[in-house]
Every structure is written in C-alpha cells, then in structure tokens.
Design a protein around this ligand. Structure first.
Ligand code: B12
Length: 278
C-alpha cells in the first residue's frame, strides 16, 4: 500500500513528473523499478527525501488509491458490490485468523475498497444504487463481525459515545469505531449519523462519558466542522471527557481544539486506547 507512482510523488512534492524522474535517476530520491520498468517509490523514502517531514494524511490518501487494489481489497470490493454479506464476514474472519486486527482489516482492506467504489461513483461508472448496495452490505457485515473482535480485557472502562458530527451521514467508520471500543472494554452508545451538535454536547454534559469518538468524512464542510467540534470539545472539557476524532474531514482541518486527539487510522486509535494509564 505504501508504494507510490511517479505521478503520485510529483503531486505530493508539487513538481513535474520529469523532475521526479531526474531526481530518481540521479539517486537523490530512492526508487525501484517494476518488472515492466516503471519507477516506483516507497513512502518512507519520500519522507526521508522530505527530511522526515510528515506528509498530510489527506495528501497521502489522495495518491494511495491510485494504486490498483490488492487481492483482499479486490475481494472486499467485489463482495460489497454483489451484496455478499456472508462473504464479507468470511473475509474479515479469514484476515482475523491470519492474525490481523479488526482495525487493520478496516484500515487496509475495507476502507480502500470502499474508496474505489466512491471514486467509481464520482466518475459515473457506478450508480448511486450500486454504491448503496455496497454500503448497506458493509453495514450488515459490521453488525455480524462483533464476535470476531479481540477482547483484551473484560474490565469496564466506562461509557463511550460514538457519533458523526454535523449533518454527516457517513457513519460506517464510526460504527467500526464503536465495535472496537466495545472490544476494548467500553460501554458504547452509538449515535450514528446526522445528530444535532447541541444534542451531542447535551449528552456529554449529562452523561459525562469517559470518551467521545467523533467521525467526519471528506464531504464535511470545514467551517461547520470547526464550529461543531468546538462546541463538543468545550462540553467535553467541562466533564473531563476525552475527545478522539477521525475520518477524512478531521484530517483536512488545519487544527482542532487542544483537548481533541485526531487519528487517521483505526490502528493508531487502538494503540492509544491500549497505552497504559495511571
Ligand atoms: C458509503 C458512502 C456513502 C453512503 C454512506 C452510508 C453510511 N451509512 O455511511 C451514502 C450513500 C449515504 C453516501 C452519501 C453521500 N456521499 Co458518500 N461515500 C461513501 C463511500 C463510498 C464509502 C465511505 C465508507 O463507508 N468507507 C468505509 C469506512 C470503513 O472507511 P472511512 O469512512 O474512510 O473511515 C476510515 C477512516 O477514515 C477512519 N475513521 C473514520 N471515522 C473515524 C473516527 C475515529 C474516531 C477514528 C479513530 C477513525 C475514523 O477509520 C476508517 C477505517 O480506516 C465514500 C468513498 C470514500 N473515499 O470514503 C463516499 C464519499 C465519502 N461520499 C461522497 C459524497 C460526495 C457523498 C454525497 C454528498 C453524495 C450525494 N450527492 O448525495 C452524500 C453526502 C451525505 C452526507 N450528508 O453525509 C464523497 C465525498 C467527497 C469529498 N469531498 O471527500 C466520497 C469521498 C465519494 C467520492 N469519491 O466522491 N456516501
């Protein structure tokens, strides 16, 4: 997944493809060649070239999906589009048996497959109806993979609220977050999509949950998202609730309130949840 084409590197670095090729041929920017002779770049080498600077997650995402889907992603793509819920559940089970975490499966297999579906919809090669078939199959599969999540602890870590923010309808990511939080020992309340921000803030104030997980897709209006997050973050600060946010919308926000932690991947989120607390 972390192999980038010449075009992708050119976009990230804001230079022409010819410049990237020149740097590669001079050895300034490490690359390797495919069997067909094409130059390919590893993400870590591009980062090194940039002096270890972080590449914005949304930029990374933009070129990541230029790559053709891998085997499991292609399988997930086909299963979702053919509404094969059993097949999707079996795919997740197969990956779990290979030792992959649920977070890994959704970050690296399901999300890229769905992203391709979204791109095909945007390009007009898939209809809205087909996109709906895929997302509904996935929602049903998520409900059924609950027994496949790892349960590292049986201790009660308190209440967690999971919700999209603003008029966001993309609630698949937050559903997976809910599943993960339950597996990590939280009692999870799932609000889903399209919830008034004032209601979310009110729930935080009255229930004082241990944490609230927020999700916003790339569709989110950034001005609106910034003000919605500020409202929830201030309610959370008053009730000492931890705010954890993710999704493409949050990745695009230049900054978030101090008490909000942002994640691009579920795997980073799980790592944080598993950090020992005093
Ligand atoms: C399914 C889908 C829908 C479904 C959503 C169903 C549902 N119940 O969620 C429906 C059909 C309703 C829909 C509607 C629309 N959609 Co839509 N949709 C998608 C699609 C194809 C897949 C999203 C998805 O579920 N992915 C699978 C999940 C698992 O991945 P994910 O959401 O990316 O989340 C991952 C991470 O971001 C992270 N994450 C997410 N949230 C959180 C939260 C926390 C705390 C953490 C730690 C991590 C985390 O974890 C996940 C795993 O890695 C995307 C394509 C894409 N590139 O995302 C388009 C996409 C998001 N949609 C798009 C658009 C334009 C729309 C509509 C405006 C279309 C329309 N004209 O009506 C509406 C907007 C509705 C609204 N107001 O929100 C665009 C947005 C363009 C942009 N600017 O980015 C996309 C990108 C398609 C495209 N290529 O153009 N959509």
């Amino acid at each position: 997944m972390d192999i980038i084409s010449t075009k992708g590197v050119a976009e990230v670095l804001g230079v022409s493809e010819a410049t990237v090729k020149r740097w590669a041929d001079a050895g300034t920017l490490k690359c390797f060649r495919t069997v067909g002779g094409h130059r390919k770049f590893r993400l870590r080498d591009v980062r090194e070239f940039l002096g270890g600077k972080m590449i914005a997650p949304e930029t990374l995402e933009a070129f990541r999906h230029e790559e053709p889907l891998g085997k499991e992603q292609t399988e997930a793509h086909a299963l979702a589009l053919s509404s094969d819920v059993d097949g999707l559940v079996a795919l997740v089970a197969k990956e779990r048996m290979k030792g992959q975490s649920l977070a890994h499966v959704f970050d690296e297999v399901i999300a890229p497959a769905m992203s391709h579906i979204g791109d095909a919809w945007a390009a007009g090669t898939l209809t809205t109806a087909q996109e709906h078939v895929a997302s509904n199959a996935l929602i049903e599969a998520i409900a059924r993979v609950r027994p496949l999540v790892e349960r590292p602890s049986r201790r009660d870590r308190g209440r967690a609220i999971c919700t999209c923010i603003g008029d966001e309808q993309h609630d698949i990511g937050v559903r997976v977050v809910g599943l993960i939080l339950s597996a990590e020992g939280f009692r999870t309340s799932m609000l889903g999509g399209n919830v008034p921000t004032s209601d979310i803030a009110l729930m935080v104030t009255s229930e004082q949950p241990k944490l609230i997980a927020l999700s916003a897709s790339g569709h989110a209006n950034l001005d609106r998202l910034r003000s919605d997050v500020a409202i929830v973050a201030s309610a959370a600060a008053a009730s000492k609730t931890r705010v954890l946010a993710g999704g493409h919308g949050f990745a695009r926000l230049p900054s978030v309130p101090n008490n909000v932690s942002r994640f691009f991947k579920l795997q980073e989120f799980v790592a944080l949840l598993r950090e020992p607390t005093d």
